[in-house]
Design a protein around this ligand. Structure first.
Ligand code: SF4
Length: 507
């Protein structure tokens, strides 16, 4: 801490920012303006975004255990004055080694610092602090440096001396052995002081720009484009793009450089792209906007062998590993669905869902191996199933030979569709969520409570590790089963519909 505490915990200015608002302002001034003045226009976070936020909170709490004797500022995020006063008292108490969620305000910015560790190299050395931001991510990202730079601006602005500015993140190299989690191995702490110092100039430059934008009666006139997705998906995307044409140039899939070049030429819709422009196959099909099928489609579809299994696997990825011999964020399989089609067309369904917080993989694997038997193609949609099965074969040698045979029977429908069929309603996306309603209009995901893989993983986490009400748990279980079963039924119906379309146009 400096000799003089002048300005420490100063009076609030009229328009206050937070570190997250500062980051929003760096991404887009309009986003910042809308967050402050028109928050109701934002699309609320979906279940998977919320689950990521919840996991971040859990990791934040765990990181605090890394600093024994640390004290949490109890005043909540809305109790600004109380939090600032509580923090000041802890700063002035030399027996407190670390402060968690300390609140500081300077230059119109209020920050809550994850961890502020008191550093004293010797008895007579001046007091300084180590500022540590905790992230549940697996590496340092550019946006983290902006986050740290605004925090260090505020903390130094109130008169504290920073010895180091660090980022603490998850180290995916950590292999959990069971028992107590080794926090020193789970977390990597990186000193980012140099990079943060280089960014302080940006904070001085940008804060007045943000404050002045916020004083205007209207939001800044900023057009949506690539910047709306980096570093975060902007929650105002639906609002800002609601009047854009359905064939808006930013709906062109693939490399964004192509879109940028077209925009620079003044092109605003996909239909205006000049002939002769170099486009990828996927982009060309979106531009042509007509149904297309290759002459090979029928032959490829007939290459399956019966009984045809249709397999979908769902996983959960835990920042904090809970099962021995797993790493942070390693996908852990917890569910599968298998629709089995006989040559006669008869269809049956088998499924598995591990619905408790114990190690799921052995039971999962045994049931799957039994369901897939030894005969027939195994239709999947993407290479994900193969990756999960390979991983399990490595971890559990007892399943290696069964999984080896299963891997040889995998038949991926995604590249088949990508190479042999296109429908304008795909809008350039080959995700099963886009492909299914276009090819099989009677079947989609709209009637389901869970409609995407990320949401399924989030809801699984909630069912097993968070929810205590058994009625809610049962409802989640039902939703998860229905979602996974829909994915495999979708593959059955896609194969059938494509075969029918192919028959209609000839051999
Ligand atoms: S959608 Fe894009 S333009 Fe609109 S507020 Fe968000 S970042 Fe800004």
């Amino acid at each position: 801490m400096t000799d003089s505490h002048e300005g420490l915990f100063a009076a609030p200015p009229s328009r206050r920012l937070s570190k997250s608002k500062y980051l929003s302002g760096l991404q887009c001034l309009k986003r910042l303006y809308l967050e402050i003045h028109r928050p109701e226009l934002a699309t609320p976070p979906d279940a998977s975004t919320q689950a990521i936020l919840d996991m971040g909170t859990e990791i934040g709490r765990l990181a605090q255990q890394y600093f024994p004797g640390g004290v949490l500022v109890k005043a909540g995020f809305r109790q600004r004055e109380a939090a600032v006063a509580e923090t000041a008292a802890l700063v002035h108490n030399p027996s407190i080694p670390s402060i968690f969620e300390g609140a500081f305000e300077h230059d119109g910015v209020l920050v809550r610092v994850d961890i502020l560790e008191r550093v004293r190299t010797s008895e007579d050395a001046p007091l300084s602090w180590r500022l540590i931001e905790v992230k549940s991510s697996t590496r340092v990202k550019d946006v983290h440096l902006d986050d740290l730079s605004v925090q260090s601006h505020v903390v130094q602005g109130v008169g504290l001396t920073l010895d180091a500015t660090c980022l603490m993140h998850i180290d995916t190299g950590y292999l959990y052995q069971g028992g107590e989690v080794d926090l020193r191995a789970l977390f990597a702490v990186k000193n980012m002081s140099e990079s943060v110092t280089l960014r302080r100039g940006q904070v001085y430059e940008q804060l007045p720009v943000m404050k002045s934008a916020l004083l205007k009666s209207d939001p800044p006139d900023i057009e949506p484009d690539q910047h709306c997705h980096v570093p975060y998906e902007c929650p105002f995307w639906a609002h800002c793009t609601k009047r854009k044409p359905s064939r808006w140039i930013y709906h062109l899939p693939g490399k964004k450089e192509v879109v940028n070049q077209l925009v620079q030429q003044g092109i605003t819709t996909i239909d205006d792209i000049p002939n002769g422009t170099r486009l990828s196959d996927a982009q060309r099909r979106v531009k042509d906007n007509v149904e297309w099928m290759s002459s090979e489609l029928g032959k490829v579809l007939r290459s399956v062998t019966y009984p045809v299994h249709h397999l979908d696997i769902e996983t959960v990825m835990l920042a904090l590993p809970r099962f021995p011999l797993t790493r942070p964020y390693q996908p852990i399989p917890v569910q599968w669905s298998n629709h089995i089609e006989l040559e006669s067309g008869e269809l049956s369904h088998q499924e598995f869902l591990h619905n408790e917080a114990s190690e799921p993989r052995k039971q999962w694997a045994q049931a799957l191996i039994e369901s897939l038997g030894e005969k027939g193609s195994i239709v999947v949609y993407s290479a994900y199933e193969e990756a999960i099965i390979r991983q399990l074969a490595e971890t559990f040698p007892e399943f290696k030979s069964a999984f080896k045979s299963i891997l040889k029977r995998l038949w991926d429908l995604l590249p088949v569709i990508r190479e042999h069929y296109y429908h304008p309603d795909f809008n350039g996306s080959y995700s099963i969520k886009s492909v299914l309603p276009a090819v099989v209009p009677s079947l989609g995901y709209d009637d389901l409570a869970i409609q995407a893989g990320g949401q399924a993983a989030a809801e699984y986490y909630r069912m097993v590790f968070v929810e205590t009400d058994w009625v809610e748990q049962a409802a989640l279980r039902e939703s998860l089963l229905r979602y996974c079963a829909r994915d495999t039924l979708a593959m059955v119906e896609l194969r059938r519909a494509l075969a029918k379309k192919n028959k209609q146009v000839g051999p």
